[in-house]
Design a protein around this ligand. Structure first.
Ligand SMILES: NC(=O)c1ccc[n+]([C@@H]2O[C@H](COP(=O)([O-])OP(=O)(O)OC[C@H]3O[C@@H](n4cnc5c(N)ncnc54)[C@H](O)[C@@H]3O)[C@@H](O)[C@H]2O)c1
Length: 391
């Protein structure tokens, strides 16, 4: 077998970039898609040249090797468990599950069945993430002592057509956005061993302003939208970690890491490229651009962005190719379910610490994912041709 046949379940907002990119990766062949809303699956199938099945028929199809779960977070556990039970490898959008125990069950189920379970984000495998990892591994900033991570904005209701789930349990900036930052940090620093946090809800109600059928709909906010925490890593490094949808504007970089020999600015972990800035013992920032590296060149822009916003690198489905290569070639599996589970435990522990006022130890641990070198990254990507992309 030289390729895994892929079935996508969940054909909503994020599915387009997966449908666009899957044909660009070696080891993946798009075979079918499904959604509880069959008309949505039919529309994506027609746009991207595949077939729409019912969810049950896709899961029962012996031709499908790998199920990509792009449903909403509250459906992740049920869909992933059903796919594993049907003998399929699974790659899930983040978070791995809403509950930690459900996430653990998915990891155990996959391992008991000898199947691969992967979890987004895969952005840390993009050019910007790989460049930051190489600089850390080469000792350019010495021993990592501390750092900061900030995701602050004014929420999702101005762009997402149906943003209700973001403001309910299982949503919020921690479960929705922290996976990008935590996966990037674990990739650079290793596992987290303890967290402490406080949180709040700055705006108890949100009104949908995106141009969609939900425009004007009022959403009662039922999960913290402003969360400030401290992460203690097993290495001893300490990171200030702030995720908020209650902030109109700010000037903090996405991630800064402070080492014994220098400082590093890591590009936005929501994307695959970007510029890494490095300073040697307080010297001027040196800017290293990753756009010339494999999976680093800008290839995408959001329809919601102002015209002055530059295109960004968006190579989603890299984690599927990494999983497929692990299955087909025995290479390391990096954006794995075990990483997704560790990230899920950290996120719940942050929310629990904020609710109780107590620090929370983290019980799961793992080695940093194996680095992905430029040659391997280039080998996974054959590129999207006009014929293979209908986007
Ligand atoms: N929208 C983004 O920009 C974005 C970016 C990165 C990651 N994600 C993640 O991707 C996932 C999906 O987000 P989205 O924005 O595409 O949501 P969405 O609501 O636009 O789409 C989700 C789709 O899943 C379908 N669905 C729900 N439950 C299902 C079930 N049990 N079986 C089959 N289909 C089901 C829905 O009908 C819907 O079409 C979430 O986990 C989100 O965190 C989204």
């Amino acid at each position: 077998m030289s390729t895994l046949n892929v079935g996508v379940i969940g054909c909503g907002n994020i599915s387009g970039i997966y449908f666009q990119n899957i044909p660009g990766y070696r080891g993946l062949t798009l075979r079918a898609c499904a959604d509880v809303k069959h008309d949505v699956a039919l529309a994506q199938a027609s746009k991207y040249g595949t077939k729409a099945l019912s969810v049950d028929d896709l899961l029962a199809d012996p031709d499908i090797d790998l199920v990509v779960n792009l449903t909403i977070p509250s459906a992740h556990f049920g869909v992933s468990l059903a796919a594993l039970s049907a003998g399929k490898h699974v790659f899930s959008e983040k978070p791995l599950a809403v509950d930690f125990e459900q996430g653990r069950k998915l990891v155990d189920e996959a391992e008991a069945r000898g199947l691969h379970l992967g979890c987004a984000p895969d952005t840390f495998l993009g050019a910007g993430g790989r460049l930051a990892r190489k600089l850390v591994d080469d000792g350019e900033i010495g021993r990592i002592l501390s750092g900061t991570a900030f995701l602050m904005s004014h929420g999702m209701e101005h762009w997402h057509p149906d943003p209700e789930f973001f403001f309910k349990p299982g949503g919020g900036p921690i479960l929705d956005m922290a996976p990008y930052y935590l996966s990037a940090l674990v990739n650079l620093i290793g596992p987290v061993q303890r967290v402490v946090a406080i949180s709040g809800i700055g705006f108890p109600e949100r009104i949908v302003t995106s141009d969609s059928p939900r425009k004007g709909h009022r959403i009662a906010v039922e999960t913290p939208t402003h969360v400030m925490s401290l992460l203690e890593f097993a290495s001893g490094a300490q990171i200030t970690f702030c995720m908020s949808w209650d902030v109109w504007k700010h000037s903090h970089p996405a991630i800064e890491i402070y080492g014994s020999e220098g400082s590093l600015r890591v590009p936005d972990p929501n994307f695959f490229g970007g510029q890494v800035d490095i300073s040697d013992r307080g010297g001027d920032w040196r800017n290293v651009d990753s756009s010339g590296m494999p999976l680093g060149s800008p290839n995408w822009r959001s329809p919601n962005w102002a015209p002055e916003m530059p295109d960004r690198a968006n190579y989603r489905a890299l984690g599927l190719a990494d999983l497929a290569s692990a299955v087909l070639n025995g290479t390391p599996h990096r954006s794995s379910g075990r990483l997704g589970l560790h990230v899920l435990e950290i996120m719940h522990s942050i929310l629990e610490s904020a609710a109780t006022g107590e620090p929370k130890p983290i019980t799961t641990s793992l080695e940093r994912p194996a680095p992905l070198d430029d040659g391997e990254a280039a080998g996974l990507w054959r590129g999207v041709t006009k014929a293979s992309s209908a986007a």
